[in-house]
Every structure is written in C-alpha cells, then in structure tokens.
Design a protein around this ligand. Structure first.
Ligand SMILES: *[C@@H]1O[C@H](CO)[C@@H](O)[C@H](O)[C@H]1NC(C)=O
Ligand SMILES: *[C@@H]1O[C@H](CO)[C@@H](O)[C@H](O)[C@H]1NC(C)=O
Ligand SMILES: [Cu+2]
Length: 240
C-alpha cells in the first residue's frame, strides 16, 4: 500500500514540467544558468493563482538573485526553451505564450524584478484546429507526451536593450473551476542587439494581465463536448 502511494506521488511530481534552459543558434545552455531558477523548481509544479507575484517569473523568480546569466541575441533571432522531463515533455493541453519586458535604462536586468506595466506578448500558440476530441494543441505529439523543445522568433523591430523573457504554458485540463488552470513558466534574461525602432504595445503587468475568470483560464475542456472554441488569454501579440 505504502509503496503504491509513493509511486503515485512520484508519478504526479514527474508528470508536470519546467522550462530550464535557453536554445539559441543550435546551442542549449545548461539548466538554470540562463533561466532564473525559481524556488521549488524541482517539483515541476505549476502556479495556479494568477493574482500572486509567482505568476510573473514563478516562485521567488523576481526576488531570488542567483547570478543568472543573460543571453545575447539579435532582434529577429529564433529562440527556444527546453522542456523537462523530456520523457513526457509539454504534454498537457493548452496554449504556449511568450512575453518580454524591457529593463528600465540604468537597471541591471539580472537583478530587475519585472514590475510595472512593462510586459508585451511576442508569441502565442492556441489550438491549430478542432476535431471530434476538441482542440488540437500544437505541442502535444499524441498520447500523453509532448514536445521537449519549443521555438519562437523575436520581432525584428525590437529595440536594442536588455529584457526579461517569460515563457508560459497554460494547462487547461482542470481549468473548469477557478484556479484550476496550471501555469508553467520561467523567465530568462536577454541582451538584444541589432534591434529596430518598434514600440512594443500593448503592455500589461504580472500580476494584472490575467484574472481567474478570463476566457481561456476558466475553461471547460470537456463541455460542451467536443469543445469548438478557445481564447488565448492576455493582450494581443506585438509583431513589430
Ligand atoms: C554564468 O556563466 C559563467 C561563465 O560561463 C559561469 O561560470 C557561471 O556559472 C554561470 N552562472 C550560472 C548561474 O550558472
Ligand atoms: C484529434 O486530433 C488529434 C491530433 O492530431 C488526434 O490525436 C486525435 O486522435 C484526434 N481525435 C479525433 C477524434 O479525431
Ligand atoms: Cu501536470
């Protein structure tokens, strides 16, 4: 009985996922060197309260200074994050969203907390289609597995500056009750070079961007069956 219980606990823990590393120009950084290592990251667990500070850069991700390295990139580059554990990957149903926030000039992005209405969305991926099972999510590869790497492109018009980069996957399999949606997220620091002269808008704050009852956050994946709609939460995407 006891070992069964422990086995069940272990499978729950390993069932979730984290984004621990950045992929750029074919190079994957070590885990948690270029991504802020949040407190209790080893649980692979989600944030569920969108009104808490944890929704910004995960638990302790805005206050814990662990010397995270900043990744130098060019505007317009393709960037990626790894998903761990790789055996199950990004397996929950839900959208993938990427936000950025420019560090105020004179501020060291490595110690900046990302406060204020400074975050703009650069990428979102909701369902690619709907079939007789409901939404088809682009990062699920079938069965109970998902991809173990995700990629997106930085806008070419992004001004040269230091930024926080926030990746988020919202799992909606339990989202029919308030605070049931699961937010898997990490923040990395970027030094963006060769940028453009765009003005990223609209901007939002974290917490603040979401409410617990937003469509896409309070969402019943199973009713009506099959589901035929899904609204990705947050502001519109700034493409530059
Ligand atoms: C940042 O990079 C330096 C040099 O590559 C490395 O020695 C250091 O351990 C890195 N920082 C972290 C938090 O891993
Ligand atoms: C819906 O599409 C997904 C992804 O291609 C597939 O795994 C699933 O079997 C499909 N369901 C039905 C009922 O066609
Ligand atoms: Cu999970």
């Amino acid at each position: 009985m006891k070992s069964l219980f422990l086995a069940a606990l272990a499978s729950v823990a390993s069932a979730h996922y984290v984004f621990p590393a950045v992929i750029h120009n074919g190079v994957t950084t070590p885990d948690w060197t270029n991504v802020r290592q949040w407190t209790t990251y080893y649980t692979y667990g989600p944030v569920t309260d969108v009104t808490s500070l944890d929704i910004r850069c995960n638990v302790g991700g805005t206050t814990t200074k662990i010397g995270t390295n900043t990744t130098t990139v060019n505007a317009g580059d393709t960037l990626g994050f790894t998903v761990e554990p790789t055996s199950s990957g990004l397996y929950h149903p839900g959208p993938l969203i990427v936000y950025m926030a420019k560090a105020p000039s004179g501020t060291d992005v490595a110690t900046w907390d990302g406060s204020g209405s400074v975050w703009f969305k650069i990428f979102e991926a909701g369902p690619t289609s709907f079939n007789a099972s409901g939404p088809v999510w682009p990062y699920q590869t079938g069965g109970v597995t998902g991809v173990d790497q995700v990629f997106f492109t930085l806008p070419k018009a992004l001004p040269t500056a230091d930024y926080l980069l926030r990746i988020e996957h919202i799992a909606v399999h339990n989202a029919a009750t308030v605070n049931g949606a699961q937010f898997y997220l990490s923040c990395a620091q970027l030094n963006v070079q060769n940028g453009g002269s765009g003005k990223p808008t609209p901007t939002v704050s974290f917490p603040g961007a979401y409410t617990p009852t937003d469509p896409g956050i309070l969402y019943n994946l199973y009713s009506p069956w099959p589901q035929t709609t899904y609204v990705v939460p947050g502001p519109s995407v700034w493409t530059g």
